[in-house]
Design a protein around this ligand. Sequence first.
Ligand code: SAJ
Length: 453
Amino acid sequence: MCAAHNFVELAIRSRRENDIYMKNLFELIAQKKAAVGIIGQGYVGLPLAVEFARAGFRVTGFEVDPKKVASLNAAKSYVDDIEDAALAPLVEADLLRCTSDFAELNSQDAVIICVPTPLRKSKDPDVSYIVSSAESIRKHMRRGQLIVLESTTYPGTTTELVKPMLEASGLKTGRDFYLAFSPERVDPGNPNFGIVNTPKVVGGETETCTKLAAALYGAIVERVLPVSNTRAAELVKLLENTFRAVNIGMVNEFALMCDRLDLNVWEIVDAAATKPFGYMPFYPGPGIGGHCIPLDPHYLGWKMKTLNFEPRFIELAGTINSNMPAYVVSRLYRTLNEAGKCMSKSSVLVMGVTYKADISDPRESPAMDVISLLTKTGAKVDYHDAYVKEFAVDGKKLVSKKLSPAMVKKYDCVLILTAHKCVDYKALVAQAKLVFDTRNATRGIRSKKIVRL
Ligand code: SAJ
């Protein structure tokens, strides 16, 4: 009886203790006194850190890159969407600081993981950054902390990978610490939607975990949407990005169909976009770039294959989208040929190398593939992009050429891959011998010199 009685006593005391930890964390969040640590200060982690600091939380950014640590502590931003002026008051008020000392994770009440989730060459997920972050947390974690994973990943990552790693500390999820997943929805360069006015989905390992994550994000965003668990939250994000990849793939296939039908795909898409319901426009292009849309659906594809399920839409969209650079080059062959030019003896000026317009990020840009393929044909390829001073293709450094009427005139063809708003396309067309426009950047300009995707 005595042992059983002690066990019950112990359980009640431990329950009470846990309640104290949980209540304390809710209070710290409500009073905005919770110390918030964010691992990864890139285009996702830094804007998130700024919003928590703006709300009055003391935020510590954890970064492995010493240059980023120094830059942020000097209130110098390296993320397009965050101005230095936004950082300065927060750094001065000691509400935002950055460190590479991960032992400081121990003093955080909440830790949010915002690290990259790239793909390996084999298109398998590379969760190594999540693993190293979880390992750092395990080493320094303590009772009463809330840990949230934001990095886009396959359903089951939080519960099958992160949770056991953290529990190797001897602490128990939902009792000693709290664990949730909340997908990031940062859209770089989006002038209308930022962290505060983009609804935030949260899903926890337990109900208390969900509630604590909802309370934390509820302190900075207008709307929090709790879902049933971490796997649901992980899949919500993958649906969002697979939706985009598949629809972009479909409209790219429409571009190929219009080529066969001798129709203008841009006219077709614009006309369809007048439908006020049941339709959402996507636009063809030279392929898809960035660190999300080309990659995220393959995280889901990989997971489903481990469950013997063939994700056909994801595979098909991936094939169509990744073949677009080769299609652009084949169309350019035809375009130059019709102008009596041979590709291998032609000079091409590429306009725009970032993965989408009006940002400076060239990561995973289809321009890399297009320029690589073009160079292999023997063509002389230069580029101009006001946002990207230099750019490596197949290990060879290219430097952005200064734009001038005399310079544009020299090229056999101008190839528009990214439609930055800062370019005067009317002047460009007037100066160019020939323009192949893969983004409809020359929309509304009538000239026999223009060929469009
Ligand atoms: N693209 C097209 N046609 C389109 C739309 C996009 O070819 O109609 C291309 C773009 O040029 C780009 C790629 O697809 O190369 C990705 O475009 P994106 O607009 O999805 O840009 P991302 O990857 O920076 O941002 C997306 C977010 N975009 C939007 O919701 C508008 C969103 O899916 C995520 O918040 C974000 O990825 C992310 O981090 O997951």
